[in-house]
Design a protein around this ligand. Structure first.
Ligand code: AHG
Ligand code: MN
Ligand code: MN
Length: 324
């Protein structure tokens, strides 16, 4: 089944509005363009730095800038879109006055992987536009309010994963350059023996995280009584995809370096859309204190600690943080 047919079916079975499926199709079109650029690599002159910085002070790669531009161009010409917010744009972008939806995105996730040909992706989140004048507050809705979210993984295969809140669907880009349904309603196993964390930050972690990872590393002879495997791709899209396929725990914790910075990942462009997918696949997502989808955002670019994946493991790590 192709993406178009899947979305038609969601319209019929779950009354998903056709305007929302239009937005999803526009996003998929934009991602096809990004995919073409990714596949060309050096031949498309898309590797390396753009020699500019974004609002968060991070160096932008050529592909960060290109992917952002492709999404903005495509989505501002989609009538159902009222406004956009991007990790790479300081303020929101106005689209169409009568649009019903807001689209928030991380145009290119895993930027440090671009030049070394390791998996990267695009992450998106869709909210309803509240009535009245469009302003920054219009975007500051909790993750629970999302009507859809998803990502495109530019890996060995190009894969689109989305939810319209009736489970998760996975599509693989076929030889005709069309997204074809390859897995419907994946379920994340509740238990796991695989974790993902950037171990190089260990000395900065807070006590509960130190204790938790030490337990996992102790393996069979430790408190957990089993051996754990570790993976770190440095691209959240790839990590979440692995978790949707075979389970696992992913965390990018808050650490002691800068108390004003609660973690590295962005609530609106990374944590919320991924948490919705994970929850729709029966996994869990918290910031160690509350469910990520319940956080009331205060700023477009706000950061958040993230723990997500297999439910029992997320609950175990979250519980460890309750007695501090
Ligand atoms: P982005 O490329 O959009 O800035 O996001 C990268 C994020 C996330 O995808 C990944 O989990 C994490 O940053 C990797 O961080 P480290 O380089 O610190 O491992
Ligand atoms: Mn990112
Ligand atoms: Mn990015």
């Amino acid at each position: 089944m192709l993406l178009n047919d899947y979305l038609q079916q969601q319209q019929q079975d779950h009354s998903v509005p056709s305007s929302l499926t239009d937005v999803l199709l526009s996003i998929s079109q934009a991602c096809l363009h990004i995919n073409q650029a990714v596949r060309l690599g050096a031949l498309g002159n898309i590797l390396g730095s753009a020699h500019t910085g974004n609002v968060q002070g991070e160096e932008q790669k050529k592909l960060d800038v290109l992917a952002n531009q492709i999404l903005i161009n495509t989505l501002t010409s989609q009538p159902a879109v009222a406004g956009l917010a991007s990790e790479e744009e300081e303020s929101f972008v106005r689209a169409n006055q009568h649009g019903e939806y807001l689209v928030l995105f991380d145009p290119l996730d895993g930027s440090s992987n671009i030049d070394v040909n390791i998996s990267i992706g695009t992450i998106f989140s869709i909210l309803r536009k509240p009535a009245g004048e469009l302003n920054t507050e219009s975007f500051l809705q909790s993750g629970r309010q999302q009507v859809a979210s998803g990502y495109v993984l530019y890996g060995p295969q190009t894969i689109l994963v989305l939810t319209v809140k009736h489970g998760v669907a996975m599509f693989t880009l076929n030889q005709d350059n069309k997204f074809q349904l390859t897995q419907d309603k994946p379920i994340i196993p509740v238990q796991t023996a695989e974790f993902a964390i950037n171990m190089s930050n260990q000395r900065h972690w807070q006590a509960p995280m130190q204790e938790y990872i030490a337990e996992l590393l102790a393996g069979k002879t430790g408190k957990r009584g089993k051996d754990f495997n570790m993976r770190w791709v440095a691209s959240m899209v790839a990590e979440v995809h692995r978790i949707l396929v075979r389970g696992g725990l992913f965390t990018y914790p808050q650490d002691q370096r800068d108390p004003s910075k609660p973690g590295k990942l962005r609530l609106m462009y990374e944590a919320n859309p991924m948490s919705l997918l994970v929850e729709q696949a029966q996994g869990a997502a918290t910031n160690t204190q509350q469910n990520i989808l319940d956080i009331q955002p205060t700023g477009l670019h706000q950061r958040v600690a993230v723990v997500l994946g297999s439910k029992e493991e997320v609950d175990y790590l979250t519980a460890k943080h309750q007695h501090i």
